[in-house]
Design a protein around this ligand. Structure first.
Ligand code: PNS
Length: 160
């Protein structure tokens, strides 16, 4: 069975990576799909996000990395994927994710959303908080893969 794990991944964190590794164990194929989130201002371009994801997923044989625009369910159908994976950190994620899952089911009832609980270690972790800490020169070591940490440092040192 093929699953899609969609997100902004701006940038990928160790919390995302934990979900990727666990989902890759559950499904035959997993596509990690970067989508531009129209509600969020991105730090990294889609191409940069893809590069970082490809680097961190390169050892997981059944994972591919891609990007899409437009409706997630349409992309999932094009990919012949029947499952959408979403990570849930805290109760605060639930309401919005619930709304999106119901809308996606309304749009295509053949695609099921599967929620995976984050590892407790990463329950407070988000790309936004990582960017904020890094932007003020704080350490994000252990929260993001090494390649992402380096990219954040160079991004913010170029900016300042
Ligand atoms: O990492 P994020 O920002 O929480 O990811 C949100 C994302 C990209 C998964 C969501 O915005 C999405 O599915 N976008 C594609 C457009 C779409 O299908 N929107 C309707 C969802 S109900």
């Amino acid at each position: 069975m093929k699953a899609i794990y969609p997100g902004s991944f701006d940038p990928v964190t160790n919390g995302h990576l934990d979900i990727i590794e666990r989902a890759a164990n559950l499904f035959d194929e997993l596509v990690v799909a970067v989508a531009p989130n129209i509600d969020k201002k991105a730090l990294f371009t889609v191409e940069e996000r893809l590069e970082m994801l490809r680097e961190v997923c390169k050892e997981i044989p059944n994972v591919t990395v891609d990007s899409f625009t437009g409706l997630l369910v349409r992309y999932a159908a094009e990919q012949n994927a029947s499952v959408i994976i979403k990570g849930l950190r805290a109760l605060s994620d639930f309401e919005f994710e619930f709304e999106m899952a119901l809308m996606n089911r309304r749009l295509d009832s053949g695609i099921e959303t599967v929620f995976m609980m984050t590892n407790a270690e990463y329950s407070y972790l988000s790309s936004s908080i990582v960017k904020e800490v890094a932007s003020f020169g704080g350490s994000v070591s252990g929260l993001v893969p090494k390649v992402v940490e380096e990219r954040l440092i160079s991004k913010f040192s170029i900016r300042s």
